[in-house]
Ligand binder design. Structure first.
Ligand code: ADP
Ligand code: MG
Length: 258
């Protein structure tokens, strides 16, 4: 077992000094829907600033795991810490994470500035501060010249960047991505991967990116978490996962055999 997929007790009893370096810690996280348990005891330590990709087939529990971290679903058991703070029972808006979805649902009637600033408006941030933060977020994703456009006047890649700016504008401690590139055509997907990677290098926010696409995982991840039926099968760098898959299941995802 990797040191990052350690048992609950070790994960929880790390010395306090480590808290500042903690991006995300999951300890014994579980989720049942009725009689079926779809997340079956997940332990994971993510360092601050790390880019983690959770890789696994459709139905293995990736979205459910993400939704529990975001607070959109309650965990049936376990503890979730973000940036050293226990958030297991906090509402989504108090968790300090921002989620980028597959269909990034922009508001068609709002322009780019309105879309990016929407979460701040909801949070009651005063107009002047809002404008400043929107401008900064737009600058980060290279959309400064598009603030007046409506989503219908943007390309697919630009819309994706609006969605990212809308996440950035809240200064989250953690970015959660749920297969945000799945609906894009192949060429745009490659371009957006590079943009997400580049963005991460510039702002360095801890990120958890969920996908069933091995190439996406290999190109984006500092470390890959391979999931199988609600459990972590292996955690490692892309190189480790590629050269030393822990099982046939993992090998089947990265195209080699143990
Ligand atoms: P993935 O994102 O890896 O495709 P999900 O987390 O969406 O997987 O789903 C994992 C399993 O949990 C699936 O079998 C799915 O049908 C089930 N599931 C997800 N959400 C619910 C729900 N709200 N109620 C009942 N079952 C659910
Ligand atoms: Mg999913």
């Amino acid at each position: 077992m990797s040191e990052h997929a350690m048992p609950v007790t070790d994960a929880v009893r790390k010395p306090d000094g480590d808290a500042a370096e903690e991006g995300l810690v999951l300890s014994g996280v579980r989720k049942s829907f009725g009689a079926s348990e779809v997340v079956r005891g997940v332990d994971l330590r993510v360092a601050r600033g790390e880019f983690i990709v959770v890789l696994g087939p459709s139905g293995c529990g990736k979205s459910t795991l993400l939704r529990m971290i975001a607070g959109l679903d309650d965990a049936s058991a376990g503890e979730i810490r973000i940036g050293g703070k226990v958030v297991t029972h906090l509402p989504p808006r108090k968790r300090g994470c921002a989620m980028v979805f597959q269909n990034y649902a922009l508001y068609p009637h709002l322009n780019v500035a309105g879309n990016i600033g929407y979460p701040l408006k909801v949070a009651g941030v005063p107009k002047a501060e809002r404008a400043e933060r929107v401008a900064e977020a737009a600058r980060i994703v290279n959309l400064s010249d598009y603030l007046d456009r409506k989503p219908s006047q943007l390309s697919g890649g630009q819309r994706q960047r609006v969605a990212m700016a809308r996440a950035i504008v809240r200064n989250p401690a953690l970015f959660l991505f749920d297969e945000p590139l799945s609906n894009l055509d192949a060429k745009l997907r490659v371009q957006m991967r590079a943009e997400i990677r580049d963005l991460h290098q510039r702002i360095g926010v801890t990120s958890l990116f969920v996908t069933h696409d091995q190439v996406e995982a290999m190109t984006l991840a500092d470390r890959i978490v391979v999931m199988n039926s609600g459990r972590i099968e292996q955690v490692g760098t892309p190189t480790e996962i590629y050269h030393r898959p822990a099982s046939r299941y993992v090998a089947s995802f990265v195209g080699t055999h143990p």
